[in-house]
Design a protein. Structure first.
Length: 148
């Protein structure tokens, strides 16, 4: 015997997401549409501050490294990518689909102490780790007074 769980609010969530995508793609002017994030899914993110750097870890299982893009512009770090979980054989009849595929887009405002020129990224076993070093702190210095 199969157990079927009923989720009465699942439809509302799907409807809301589909309506947002419809309005973003079909009814908004082109200038506004560029600013709308086209997220089909959102990866889980951890942000950690260490003594000498900030570390961002993103869970992106199933995303190929060439499908990931990390950019830095005006103190904003942008992480985006695409995951395709569809099988090559479309003749199969899927009974249940839980793995989400599509685009994601995340943005992070970096603090002033971040050194945006030395950011590095490492991808291993479905986890993207972005390392953002901190700038060296200005040390207090003693000013010599000249006597005339």
């Amino acid at each position: 015997m199969n157990v079927i769980r009923y989720n009465p609010w699942g439809f509302v969530g799907r409807f809301s997401r589909d309506a947002d995508q419809f309005f973003a793609h079909h009814l908004l002017p082109a200038a506004v549409e560029e600013r709308v994030a086209d997220n089909d899914w959102v990866p889980a993110i951890d942000i950690k501050e260490e003594d000498d750097r900030y570390v961002i870890r993103a869970d992106v299982p199933g995303v190929e490294a060439e499908d990931l893009d990390v950019t830095m512009d005006n103190e904003v770090l942008t992480l985006q990518g695409t995951r395709d979980t569809r099988t090559a054989d479309e003749t199969d009849t899927l009974r249940r689909v839980e793995r989400v595929s599509g685009r994601f887009h995340r943005r992070f405002n970096l603090p002033e102490t971040a050194d945006s020129t030395a950011i590095s990224a490492d991808y291993r076993q479905g986890v993207l780790e972005i390392s953002i070093p901190k700038q060296a702190k200005a040390q207090p210095q003693r000013i010599q007074i000249k006597v005339n």
